[in-house]
Every structure is written in C-alpha cells, then in structure tokens.
Design a binder for this molecule. Structure first.
Ligand SMILES: Cc1ncc(COP(=O)(O)O)c(C=O)c1O
Length: 363
C-alpha cells in the first residue's frame, strides 16, 4: 500500500499525460512554453482568482509573493508555529523575521485570537496556512489584519480545491500561494507552485520577479530570481487539473470512511461547517503514536507525521528564541499522525487500515 499512490493516478490518465509530455518535447518549448500561460488561466478560472502566476515551487511562490509585497529586512511577518518549514523560512529568506503564532486546537490552523498579541511596530503582514486541506478562518484573520493595516497571504500549499464560506482557497486574500509538489492534492511530476492575486499590477510584478526581473528580453526592471515553472510541469498539471474536480469527492469519500470507522476511537479531524476540505492529509491524534505506527507498518500500512516539531523549536529558528509559548502546537507535534490518503484508496484498503488501528487500540 502507498501513502499517496501517484502510480495508480498516472495509470488513470496515462495516455493524456504521455501525449502532453511528448508535445512539449516535440516543440522543445521547455521554458515559457504555451502551456504556462494556458495553465495560468485555467488555474485562475478554477479558483476564481483574477490572476495566477506559475512558478518553480510552493516555497518560491511564498518568497516571490513576499518580494512583490515589498517585505524588507527587519520587517516582521506573523505565521503559524505549526506548519511545514517553508512557511517560516521563506520569510527569513527575504530578510524578514517570522513571528510564530500558536495553532487553534480544532483545525490546527493559526489561532486568530492569538494574532493581536504578536503584532508590533514592525509587523507588516500575516501568512496563514490552510493546513492539511482546510482553510484558516480568514474572516477572523482579516478583521485583525484590517485593524492594524496588515496584508494577509494564504499559504494554500495544501488546500488548492478547498472552499471557505463557499469561496475557493487561493482566492480569499489579496495574495495567495500554492504548491504542486507531487503529493499535493493537485501535484505535478517534480516541483511547481503558483501565486494568485486579484491585483493586475501585483501579478505583473510577480511575472517579472520570477524571471530575473525582466520586463522584456534582456531588459531588467527589478532584481528578480529564476523561479519559473518548467513547461513540462505545466503540461502535466493541465491534464491533472481537468480531472481534479472528479478527484476531490474521492478524497472526501476516503476521509468520510475513515471518520465513520474511527470517530470516538481516536481523535478524528474536525472540519467546521464553513469549510470543505480537500484532504491533503487525513490526520488523527493518538497518544500511543509511535507504537501504533509500528503496528501499522508490520501490516504494510504506511503513515506519516506532519509535523514532529513546531517551527519555533526547529534548529533553524532557535536564534529567534520564540520556543516557549506554543502549547497547542507542541501538543499536536507529539500526537498527530496522518493515514494514507489519495483518491484511489479502495474500501478494502480503508477497512484494513481502520481495522488495524482498532485492533491495536482494542477498540
Ligand atoms: C504549508 C506548506 N507551505 C509551503 C510548502 C512548500 O511547497 P514546495 O514543496 O512546493 O516548495 C509546502 C510543501 O510541502 C507546504 O505544505
């Protein structure tokens, strides 16, 4: 059994994907080929954002967005303590300081009630991650941000395809990012990412920033980087995007089956009524995590821990000395455990996973 079965997915769309790859190779349109612009308009149309800018990864999407927002060395940016490392390190990469905010216990997303205490004179904005496939509470976050004149950026690396109060992730804030890392709900066959915005000038700036600050060939208007998406990845993503709306309910089917079987036995994920999750991960909480993982491993069931250490405790951030007051994140890091998740998990596989968990817990 695979944790995220990309091979089964490839077999499903094999002829379309092979044709798309062959087309890029035949045309040798490896960099900035026509699939890039086509993908950008399809991504924007999917989530109903005005503009999508494809780029080289979800991490680069964040740093490009921060550059476009003119984040300067010494600026402070609030972000979750409980997330993937890139949310925080990309703030550091542009010279700014990540200021960590604890998670709220129900959704594991940044706690809007804990934002205000972390805002100071150097605070410029808030990055909220929509973790494990469900959006952070952006209305509550926006209220605090507006009061203090801060921008809000959604790190939607795990939530492209999710909705919040009927609107799509990545179109909820003035600027948002996502990742197309292969294991993401919408993944490519290497690294890839995108930035979304409703602001045409910001989109134009992002297009320059990702391509050496270039306005037209060999004319560089600003200091930029090389963070372009490969055309091959765009061609593959265009195929997968065509099928994405069919895959989301399949991910939900798997999540619902897990919840039906495991509710009351372990702590199952909670999705508030205003959210629909795209189930990037199905993450339970258990006290006896390591021994349960070992038991499942002996049955051929892979599991993962997202994430074993909150950002403030990571060595990379130790010098910031923000390690102490993150009780929810610290508790989550000790108990979270993700189960296999992909649209092709069969009822028999789900049965084996849930039965094995019950067997171990004598439930
Ligand atoms: C929340 C979050 N932010 C950022 C990233 C970075 O994306 P990438 O791996 O495409 O650089 C990831 C990827 O795992 C992520 O989960």
């Amino acid at each position: 059994m695979e944790f995220c079965d990309l091979h089964r997915q490839y077999l499903q769309y094999q002829s379309e994907i092979d044709t798309a790859i062959a087309g890029v190779i035949r045309d040798t349109s490896f960099i900035n080929g026509p699939d890039i612009a086509a993908l950008e308009s399809e991504l924007a149309a999917f989530c109903k954002a005005e503009h999508a800018v494809a780029c080289s990864s979800g991490s680069d999407a964040i740093s490009l967005a921060l550059m476009a927002l003119d984040v300067q060395p010494g600026d402070e940016v609030l972000c979750p303590a409980f997330t993937f490392i890139a949310t925080g390190t990309m703030i550091s990469i542009v010279g700014a300081v990540p200021v960590f905010v604890d998670a709220e216990p129900r959704t594991f997303n940044i706690d809007p009630e804990k934002l205000e205490a972390k805002i100071g004179p150097r605070t410029k904005g808030i990055i909220a991650v929509s973790l494990f496939g469900q959006c952070a509470d952006f209305d509550a976050i926006r209220k605090v941000a507006d009061k203090h004149g801060l921008w809000v950026l959604e790190d939607g690396a795990q939530s492209f395809g999710a909705t919040y109060k009927g609107k799509y992730s990545c179109a909820l804030t003035g600027i948002a990012t996502t990742s197309f890392f292969p294991a993401k709900p919408l993944g490519c066959y290497g690294d890839g990412g995108a930035i979304f915005t409703d602001n045409a000038a910001l989109a134009e700036k992002l297009r320059m920033l990702r391509n050496h600050g270039q306005e037209k060939r060999y004319h560089h208007k600003m200091i930029g980087v090389n963070a372009r998406m490969d055309t091959l990845q765009a061609a593959i993503l265009r195929v997968k995007l065509r099928h994405f709306q069919e895959e989301i309910p399949e991910r939900r089917r798997v999540a619902d089956a897990y919840t039906r079987a495991l509710k009351g036995i372990v702590n199952t994920p909670e999705v508030p009524e205003y959210n629909t999750s795209v189930w990037a991960q199905y993450t339970i909480r258990v006290k006896e995590r390591e021994s349960l993982r070992e038991h499942l491993r002996t049955k051929g069931i892979p599991t993962a821990v997202h994430y074993p250490m909150p950002l403030p405790s990571q060595e990379a951030f130790r010098s910031l000395q923000q390690g102490e007051d993150f009780p929810v994140s610290n508790r989550l890091a000790k108990t979270v455990m993700s189960l296999p998740m992909h649209p092709y998990l069969s009822a028999a596989e789900i049965g084996l996973i849930t039965q094995s968990i019950k067997e171990y817990l004598h439930a």
